[in-house]
Design a protein around this ligand. Structure first.
Ligand SMILES: NC(=O)c1ccc[n+]([C@@H]2O[C@H](COP(=O)([O-])OP(=O)(O)OC[C@H]3O[C@@H](n4cnc5c(N)ncnc54)[C@H](O)[C@@H]3O)[C@@H](O)[C@H]2O)c1
Length: 324
């Protein structure tokens, strides 16, 4: 269960790209707490300096400001790294629809640079962030690897391309790659601000400030919201996965299904406020329902998520109450 009992060789160095972001900074923290070395590489484009500053006192932590669009930078970052946990990318489906060229450069070329740099530096395992958006308009639930539909956004395309590049690097260049298809991750340090903020931190902050949140659509959309601790477990278990499991992408979720409207009222109750939401139009590129089959990750990575949505949301609310 969990990941804190996982053992890596002493002297192991983890390179976390996008380590100043939500998921990356949580990976850095978990690895440091387990006593291993972390190099965080980030260009601070959507990440936060404060997510770096909190770790600067740790002797095992190194921060490198750099852009994955630059191959030389990626080469420097991968030097001496045992494992790469590649999280750097721009998220957000609607923003990608506005900036397709940037997403192609940042998320696809950037990932290709990282794969090449990892290969040239003899990295042991390359674990990277993919996304449930690769399922596109495939209507069947639960979402199962190998049954993907037509893509609905440039963002989803970048993640699908990353998976194909990674598979190819495993097949032709012998780099063990493992794709993490995250499903709506939430938890501490997820950014509540901005037009493209994720719904859980955004609603928590708005409700705490007495503002009225807007739900896109009717609120009857459902998602497999996944607590950050489960994502950390998946990444670290992938580092220890056998070669036979490489060159594949895996659903990383809890395997549950929550309706947005229920989450909304759960939050109002937990925060002790009585505010009815506004309802806005559906968001372009959004799917109605998402629910993961996690049996592949269970079987091949030994992934066994500990935190249900209810466990996670309690911890997330506590964190935002203390930190907002
Ligand atoms: N949060 C989710 O629910 C979710 C779901 C599916 C997939 N993902 C993927 O997981 C990864 C991490 O997501 P997150 O939620 O932590 O996002 P985030 O925006 O908090 O973190 C991404 C980090 O990558 C950095 N970055 C972006 N472009 C870069 C570049 N060119 N060079 C160096 N650094 C760069 C940003 O500055 C940021 O710190 C992303 O690849 C994202 O697409 C996240």
């Amino acid at each position: 269960m969990g990941y804190t009992n996982l053992k890596f060789d002493s002297g192991t160095l983890f390179l976390v790209t996008g380590g100043a972001g939500f998921i990356g900074s949580n990976l850095c923290e978990a690895i440091l707490n387990m006593g291993y070395k972390v190099r965080c590489m980030d260009d601070l484009s959507t990440g936060k300096q404060k997510n770096v500053d909190i770790f600067l006192g740790y002797p095992n932590y190194e921060f490198m400001k750099g852009d994955i669009r630059n191959l030389d930078t990626c080469m420097c970052a991968c030097k001496g790294a045992t494992y790469v946990l590649h999280q750097a990318a721009w998220g957000s489906v609607p923003r990608s629809l506005e900036m397709p060229l940037f997403y192609n450069k940042n998320n696809i070329e950037g990932t290709l640079n990282m794969l090449e740099a990892a290969r040239q530096n003899g990295v042991k395992k390359f674990v990277y962030a993919s996304s449930s958006s690769v399922y596109g308009d495939e209507p069947n639930l639960p979402k199962t690897e190998g049954r993907e539909g037509n893509l609905l956004s440039p963002y989803a395309l970048t993640k699908r391309c990353d998976e194909e590049w990674a598979k190819l690097y495993t097949r032709f260049y012998g780099l063990d790659t493992y794709g993490m298809r995250y499903f709506n991750v939430f938890g501490r340090r997820q950014d509540p601000d901005g037009a493209y903020a994720a719904v859980i931190p955004k609603f928590i902050k708005q409700l705490m400030r007495g503002e009225t949140p807007t739900i896109n659509g009717d609120g009857r959309q459902s998602r497999d919201f996944t607590y950050i601790e489960n994502v950390i477990e998946a990444n670290l278990k992938a580092c220890l996965a056998p070669h036979e499991a490489a060159g594949e992408a895996y659903n990383i979720a809890y395997g549950g299904r929550e309706y947005l409207i229920d989450i909304y009222y759960g939050l109002t109750k937990a925060l002790g406020v009585d505010v009815e939401p506004n309802f806005g139009p559906d968001r372009k590129g959004d799917i109605k329902h998402s629910h993961a089959d996690i049996s592949k990750a269970r079987k091949l990575l030994g992934y066994d998520p500990d935190y249900s949505f209810q466990d996670g949301i309690k911890l997330a609310i506590e964190w935002y109450k203390e930190n907002l």
